[in-house]
Structures are given as structure tokens and as C-alpha cells.
Design a protein around this ligand. Sequence first.
Ligand code: ADP
Ligand code: MG
Length: 225
Amino acid sequence: MIEIKGITKSFTIHGKSLPILNVSQWQVQQGDRLALLGPSGSGKSTLLHLLSGVMQPDQGEIWVNGLPLHTYSESKRDRYRAEHVGYIFQDFHLISSLTVKQNVELIVPQDWTKKMTKDQVDYWFERVGLKDRQHHLPSELSRGQQQRAAIIRAIIAKPQLILADEPTGSLDWETAGDIMSLLLDICEVEKMTLLTVTHDLHLADMYPARVHIQDINELPRREAV
Ligand code: ADP
Ligand code: MG
């Protein structure tokens, strides 16, 4: 479902090109749930950005669900992201002026009827434990509750790939464990592929599998810039 072949990615920093990723071969099967580990600055977020189509590799191939992302224009990648990827951020990225229900409704597919939308919204708010919180603004919820709402937004349209970039990085440890197990459960039941960046080894241990970015990135280890 994810296949990477010979990708490189560099950034130009202070006029100098700095290589960040060099992955010759990497595959993730549909339905795998994988924790991605590695030190700060080692290219974990960059890898997620490549898989979500926010960035393009300098060279090489990225296939997701059989789609050749590396050949896509920016607008085609935007459409790919909307249809195939759910993204979960460390700091939630909820729109502060909208209720959490409105935040979720923003990404509901246009062909859903009103009834289908309501049924799905009700189902998911109950499923994540926010049954009576649909009409709250993000600021009226705890950080853990905000991340639960952000999880609904990521999964409600049933994308096949969920990318989570340190989703528990700003939560206390107990909430972090709850959020991680919620995410793992949902992706298992819905048969979604889950790739989660975390540097918490205990949370990574909850995953059926772990990968260290330096096992797939062939660049020598270096200090973060
Ligand atoms: P990680 O998520 O593992 O901490 P990142 O993928 O965010 O690492 O970043 C890897 C390296 O690439 C860092 O040194 C960072 O400064 C650099 N980098 C990331 N994105 C950009 C960008 N858009 N422009 C320039 N440098 C970047
Ligand atoms: Mg990062």
C-alpha cells in the first residue's frame, strides 16, 4: 500500500543544500500499524509530508494505494490527500472559531446526504467519548478531547492511510496512552494503515510494529539544524 523506491529529499538552508532523506526501498502493507521512531531532525515529519503529498521528493518513486504520487501535480496531490489520507497533528489544528462538529463537517465528502453526515458524526462523537461535546469550541475542551475531535476529522471520510505526527506530544502521559489506544483500535477495526511518529518508547510499544527512521534512511546520522 505504501511503496517507496529510491527517494531523496534535500532542503536548501542558508544557501546550502542539506540532504535529509535517502530511502532506497521501503514498504508498508495495507492495515499495518507502525510507530515511527527517531531523533529530532532525522526526517520523520518530512517522510510523512512526502506520503501525504504536501511535498515532492527530489527523485524516486512514492506509491500509495497503487497511486504514483511522484508523478502528480500539486492539485492532483491535494485531491489525493483529501481522498486518501487522514492527518493528525501534535497541536490538533482545529479551527478555533468553529465548534468541533463544524470542524469535522468541513471534511465530510460532498456526496454525503444530510442524514448520512448526521449519523456518521453522531456515531464517531460517541465512539471517541465526546457524545455531548459536539457544539463546543475547541477552547472549551481539554487537550485530550481536542485530539479526539481531530481523530474524528482524520478518519470520518474513511481514508485508507492515517498519518499521525507526534499526536500525543502535547498531552500528559495518561491522556497520551488513552489517545494512542483509541487511534490503534479505530485503525484496526476500520482496517486503515496507521503510521505514527512518536519518540515515546512506551507508546511505541503499544504498536504491533516499530520502525526506526535510521533503519530506512541511508543518510549518516547528524545533528539537527
Ligand atoms: P523530524 O520530524 O524527524 O524531527 P523533520 O523531518 O521535521 O525532522 O526535519 C528534518 C530536517 O529537515 C531538519 O533539520 C529540519 O530543519 C529540515 N527541514 C524540514 N522541513 C524543512 C523546510 N521546509 N525547509 C528547510 N528545512 C527543513
Ligand atoms: Mg517532526
